[in-house]
Design a protein around this ligand. Sequence first.
Ligand SMILES: [Zn+2]
Ligand SMILES: [Zn+2]
Ligand SMILES: [Zn+2]
Length: 349
Amino acid sequence: MSRLRYCTYCYKKEDIINEFQHCSICRVTAYCSRNCQKLNWNQHKNWCCCNVGNLNVDYEIRDCEGEGKGKGLFALRSFQKGDKVLIERPVLKFDDGFNARENTIDDYEQLPESIRSAIDDLHMVNADHYSRSLGLFISPYDLSDFELRILCNRFSDGLFIITSRFNHQCLANCELNLVNDSNLAIISALTDIKEGEELSISYINFDSDIIDDPDMIYKKWDFHCCCPRCIDNSINEKVIHLVHMEEELEEIYFSIKVNQGSKEDDNRGYSLCEEIIRICNELGLPRKHITEAYSKMAIIAIRMKLFDIAVDCLDKAILNLNESIGGCKKTPNVILEKQTCRDHVLKNK
Ligand SMILES: [Zn+2]
Ligand SMILES: [Zn+2]
Ligand SMILES: [Zn+2]
């Protein structure tokens, strides 16, 4: 069954099926005009024919079952672990400067009508909720609907139209990565996903903030998460244990970098890495945790003169990075750096 498509660049919707032209190379991404195709080419050329998912081809937005859950994204085909589900550029970027509010509103007003209406359609949490739950620096009642929408939908310093439609699960089946050098949001499958399944990402980082304040999700987004972490205390305890281990590893890593560290630091750091990787794999956490642990383990292994292990750790870090943000025609800088490091260790061991 064909569905009405959206322009990949400006989010305009077709009035009739097959109204829009497709990229002549991959024949998948749809555009309302030559101009939109041209404007999107800089991004698309790196991902054309790389089997990236598209809205209303590989997944659709529809109502979730169960009351009050709103809309979500659902797979129209199966995905394999590591498949790229969505590559998206931000329609707005935010700065924290003195004129941030004015700049954002100016930027919004200069966008094409179709992008502005796609922003206006995003979910909004009302000011009443924020006045009760979040200590904002200004009264939420002084914020316009547009600003409340941004508060609820922004990821880091960008606003993304389709990315914002993914519902949250602390332990999700997809992961979101924001890649600096390409300025893109990349969503990849964390597990194999069946046709019909809802696609989810985690809005939170697993760090002290979320452990110290279990209500953070409600305060920020006005819903209570019902994922396995939030209903099963034994899983939550594993997450807390993981966060504490990551903090301890960070301290050890810092002392190695700043004042050489000791043999005990190496041994403790090494076993922390092993345990972190084990728990991440068991829980299915975003790959950035595993990549980070393998990268630190490689450095510690080099210090311990375990060069084969160091190369193996770097290979695994590269593999994880490829599954989360790689697989395109222009390899991201962070992967290139790891490859250089790996080749260097291999040559000098
Ligand atoms: Zn367009
Ligand atoms: Zn293409
Ligand atoms: Zn949860």
